[in-house]
Each structure stands twice: as C-alpha cells, then as structure tokens.
Ligand binder design. Structure first.
Ligand code: ASP
Length: 322
C-alpha cells in the first residue's frame, strides 16, 4: 500500500512538473474514450480497465463511449469529428490502424496522418475458438470439417477491417476454404452467438475469449502465432500445428492529429500510470494480454507500429480483400 501511495505521489509530482518545454495540461472536463466496437469486446475491455486508473491520475472522470459499425470505421470517423473538443480520445487497434486500410477502399481516414498516438495499451494474442456443437477437438479436425464438400460453416467477425475479419481471411486462406463470414458490431455480440451456437468459429483477441473458454462455453483450438498464452497454457499455437498464420493484435490509445504536445505527454503519462498499476497489470495479464514497457509504449513506438502494420496488412490482405 505504501508503495502505491508513494507511486501515486511520485506520479502526481511528475504530472505536476511539466516536462522540459511543456506546461502541464489539466483536463477542463471529463475525458471520453470512443471504443469503435460494441461493449463486451476486447477493445471495450482494455479501454475500461485503463480508463479507471487514468481518471485517478488525471483527477477527472474518464468514460467509455461505444460507437460501433463498419468494422470500427463509424466510431473512428465520429472520433475525428468530435476530437476538436480536446477531451475525446480513441481506443484503436490492429484493425482500425492496421488491417482496415487494406480491406476498405473508402476508409475515410488516414490511420497515420489523422492521429496523435498516445501509446500502446495492450498486446492481445488471437485465439481460434469453436462453438460447443462443433465436433472438432483440434485444428486438424476443424480443417477437415470445413473442407468437407457441401459443408456450411459460419465464421463470425466484428465487421470489415476488424481484427477478427483479418484473422478470418488469413485462416480461410491458409486452409484454402471459403465458408460464410458473418459480420457483427463487435466481438461482444459475435461471442454471444458463438456461445449460443448461431455461428461456428470466431478468431479474436484473447481477453474476451479466455473467460468464455474458462466457463466451457466455447472451445479453443489454437493460439495464433508462435507463442502460447499464460491464460490458456494448454492450447497449442498455429506454429506447433503446422498452420502458417501470424498476427499480433494490439490496442492503442490515440488523440487527434494536432493535439498540443503537452496534452499528448500528459495523456501518455496517465496511460503509463494506469499500465504501471498493480491491479491493471494483474487484470490484463490474467486475461492473456501482454503489456508494453516504457519504450514499446511510447507515442513514437505506436506511430512506427501503425506505419509498419498498415504496410504489412496491405501486402498480406491485398489478394484477399474482395
Ligand atoms: N477488437 C474488436 C472488438 O473489440 C473486434 C475486432 O476487431 O475483431 O470488438
């Protein structure tokens, strides 16, 4: 407890002492974080977890506003309209600031030029999960099921350009199959339909899949990529299973391009304060997320990540975008 108080005191002192050349920025009203997906998804989960501690540091309420639609595009465009008030932020991710430009010819925003990155919030590995009615016990059996002539399977995702949409395209391309892809306003509603058997497969960020798997309401078949997850330690990776599929999902906080530097610096300090909080770290790590350190969590690091991700996904998805 003492460490927490000292930590907070140091953070408040840090907050109060403007960085060289900066006057400290103090919010004049509550801060709104737009989550461009329905409540109950990973973007919403990460945003709500960090918002609580950011409010503590900024000494002002920080609330979440879910504006869904278009795979995240609707919420992003609303953010760009409303952010002039200087107190509206966006919780974006590998979809809105990575895959979406490759999957939406008329995206309506530039994921690099239109934003002032504040910092990475969490890395969120992807899980390939199936509904309980699917008789596949592993990825090989799922592939055989999906390849069966005449099979009618439905893969859920959170809208064109979302992380789960990009994952579904990579997965179906890796298996050379073309099942029906069913779009939702976010992982929350998609996961509900996976649990109640309306859809068959969902490939999405672990922070919401792990709890559902924990209550045996869906079955995980693989973690996408090379590394197993502490949240689902017995689930093999696609690499172990010989399926060529790599993607590292993440969530990051953004202000609008043109936001004064001292404001970005203060918001970054508040995000770091949240991510250094033992309760936030414990909750996110328990859910399978990985947390950035000061270097990988800096505004510059997020700016470079967005540039790399947009380039990577435009190459990876170009032939899959139709
Ligand atoms: N991350 C989105 C959500 O939180 C879903 C997605 O991008 O697939 O709902």
């Amino acid at each position: 407890m003492i460490a927490r108080i000292l930590g907070a005191a140091c953070a408040v002192i840090l907050f109060a002492i403007p960085a060289p050349g900066f006057a400290a920025w103090k919010p004049a009203q509550p801060i709104r974080i737009i989550v461009p997906f329905a409540a109950g998804g990973p973007t919403d989960t990460v945003a709500r977890i960090v918002a609580h501690e950011m409010a503590d540091m900024l000494e002002t309420p920080v609330y979440i506003d879910n504006i869904s639609g278009g795979g995240g595009k609707t919420g992003v465009l609303r953010f760009l309209e409303d952010a002039r008030d200087g107190h509206t932020l966006l919780m974006g991710h590998m979809g809105t600031h990575g895959a979406a430009p490759a999957l939406n010819a008329d995206l309506g925003y530039d994921p690099y030029k239109d934003f002032a990155p504040i910092g990475m919030a969490a890395g969120t590995p992807m899980v390939i999960a199936v509904a309980r009615h699917i008789p596949a016990r592993d990825l090989k059996q799922l592939g055989e099921l999906l390849r069966k002539p005449g099979s009618k399977f439905r893969i859920a995702h959170a809208g064109r350009g979302s992380v789960s949409h990009a994952a579904a395209l990579l997965f179906t391309s890796a298996l050379s199959i073309s099942p029906e892809l069913v779009g939702y306003s976010g992982t929350g509603p998609a996961l509900n339909d996976l649990v109640n058997g309306q859809v068959d497969v969902l490939i999405d960020q672990i922070v919401n899949i792990a709890p559902v798997v924990g209550t045996r309401k869906a079955r995980p078949l693989a973690i996408v990529g090379d590394w197993r997850s502490n949240a689902l330690p017995d689930v093999p990776t696609t690499r172990e299973l010989g399926v060529e599929m790599k993607m590292d999902a993440w969530n990051g906080l953004f202000a609008k391009n043109g936001t004064p530097e001292n404001q970005v610096a203060t918001l970054h300090t508040a995000l770091r304060y949240a991510l250094d909080s033992p309760s936030v770290r414990a909750r996110l790590i328990d859910l399978g997320a990985s947390l950035p350190d000061e270097a990988t969590g800096s505004p510059d690091a997020l700016a470079h990540l967005v540039r790399d991700e947009v380039a990577r996904w435009s190459a990876a998805l170009f032939e899959l975008r139709n």
